[in-house]
Design a protein around this ligand. Structure first.
Ligand code: MG
Ligand code: ZN
Length: 352
C-alpha cells in the first residue's frame, strides 16, 4: 500500500469512529414508583427549586396503560418495563395468558452481564418482582422470594427478609442463598462492607422505613451495588426503585412524597456521578405510573412548598416522564410505550 492509501484509510477510520453512535456497556434503570411530573416538580420546589434530574437533557413520556386497564398497577407496569409486554394488572413477569416472559435482567444475565436490584421496599414487592419473578399474582410474595433462587442475580438489596426465612413451606431461603455463595447482609452496615462477589442484602424484615427514618439506605445501597457490578468485563444491568414515592401519594401526603422524591434524586446523583466518570453507562429514569392524580394550583418557591390537590387515592392513567443520560440516551425521547424499553435496552447492549 502506498503512503497515500494508508493515510486515506486512517482518515476514514477516524471519521467512522467519530460518527458511529456510541453503545453503552452498562445500563442503570431507575423507577420512581408513582412518580409523575407533578411529583418531580413538587420535590424540586421543596428542594430549593432544583434537582439532579434537571441535568438530564434527553426527556420523553411513557404511556403506562396495561393490557386490561387504562390505569395500570405496579405489577403490570413493572412487567411492561422489565419484559416488553403489556399484561393484566396484578401479574408479575407473565403474558396475559399466564405464560412466563423473559425479563431484561434475566436476558442480561443469560448474556453474561452482571445484574442487580436495589429498592426501598421489600425485594418481593411488585416492582422488583417484575424483574426476577414469574407469578400470576403480586401478592404471592413467598413464591416471589423463591424465584430469586432460580436466577443468578449478583446483587439484591432491600427489605423483605421474612419472606425468605419465615415461610409456610418451611424452606429457609437464607440458607439456600448461602449455599449459592451469596453473602447475606442483615443491615446497611453489613451491606456497605461488601466489595465483591454475590450479595443478598435483606436489611429489614418487612419494608424499610419511610424517609427520613431509613436515612441514606437507597443511595448507599446503590453505591455498593455499582461498586460490585462494575467489575464484570461484559457490563451490567442494574434496576433501582424509589419505591415509596407511590405510598406518599396514595396517602395524598405531598410532604411524604417530597421526602421520597428527594431521596430518589439523591440516589440518581450517585448513579450520575458514576456514569459521568465511567462514560459507558446509560441511565434511564421513569415511573411505572402516576399516583394520586396530583396537581398544584398554587405554591411558593420562597417557602419551598406547593398547594397539593389530589384527584384520587389510587393511580392515574396519565403519561409519566422519562429521563436519559449517556450513550444511547437519544433513544428515550418523545412519546413511547412502557413496553418499548426492553427491546431498546437489549439492542443497545447487543443482547441475544
Ligand atoms: Mg413499586
Ligand atoms: Zn401504588
Amino acid at each position: 500500500m502506498s503512503k497515500k492509501t494508508i493515510l486515506l484509510f486512517t482518515v476514514l477510520l477516524l471519521v467512522l469512529s467519530v460518527t458511529a453512535a456510541p453503545k453503552p456497556k452498562n445500563v442503570v434503570f431507575l423507577i420512581g414508583d408513582g412518580m409523575g411530573i407533578a411529583q418531580v416538580y413538587a420535590g424540586m420546589v421543596a428542594n430549593g427549586n432544583t434537582l439532579t434530574l434537571e441535568q438530564f437533557k434527553h426527556v420523553g413520556f411513557s404511556k403506562t396503560y396495561s393490557y386490561d386497564n387504562f390505569t395500570t398497577d405496579s405489577a403490570a407496569g413493572g412487567t411492561a418495563l422489565s419484559s416488553g409486554i403489556k399484561t393484566r394488572n396484578g401479574m408479575i413477569g407473565m403474558n396475559p395468558d399466564s405464560t412466563k416472559v423473559e425479563t431484561i435482567l434475566e436476558q442480561a444475565d443469560r448474556n453474561g452481564l452482571a445484574t442487580g436490584i436495589v429498592v426501598s421496599c421489600a425485594v418481593t414487592h411488585a416492582t422488583p418482582a417484575s424483574y426476577i419473578a414469574h407469578q400470576i399474582n403480586r401478592g404471592m410474595e413467598e413464591e416471589i422470594a423463591a424465584d430469586f433462587l432460580k436466577t443468578d442475580v449478583d446483587v439484591f438489596i432491600g427489605g423483605g427478609r421474612k419472606y425468605f426465612e419465615k415461610r409456610k413451606d418451611g424452606r429457609n431461603l437464607i440458607d439456600e442463598l448461602k449455599a449459592k455463595d451469596y453473602q447475606i447482609a442483615n443491615n446497611m452496615d453489613e451491606v456497605k462492607k461488601v466489595k465483591s462477589g454475590k450479595l443478598a442484602g435483606l436489611v429489614t424484615d418487612g419494608h424499610p422505613a419511610a424517609m427520613p427514618d431509613r436515612g441514606d439506605m437507597l443511595p448507599d445501597a446503590t453505591s455498593t451495588a455499582l461498586n460490585i457490578l462494575k467489575s464484570n468485563k461484559k457490563g451490567f444491568f442494574l434496576m433501582i426503585e424509589g419505591s415509596q414515592i407511590d405510598w406518599g401519594n396514595h396517602s395524598n401526603d405531598v410532604e411524604f412524597s417530597n421526602r421520597e422524591m428527594i431521596d430518589f434524586d439523591k440516589t440518581i446523583s450517585k448513579v450520575l456521578e458514576f456514569a459521568k466518570k465511567d462514560g459507558k453507562t446509560l441511565i434511564i429514569i421513569t415511573a411505572d405510573h402516576e399516583t394520586g392524580g396530583l396537581t398544584m394550583p398554587s405554591g411558593s418557591l420562597e417557602k419551598g412548598e406547593v398547594k397539593a390537590k389530589y384527584t384520587t387515592g389510587g393511580h392515574s392513567g396519565i403519561v409519566v416522564p422519562v429521563f436519559a443520560f449517556g450513550p444511547g440516551a437519544e433513544e428515550f425521547t418523545g412519546f413511547m410505550e412502557n413496553s418499548s424499553f426492553k427491546e431498546k435496552i437489549a439492542k443497545l447492549l447487543k443482547l441475544k
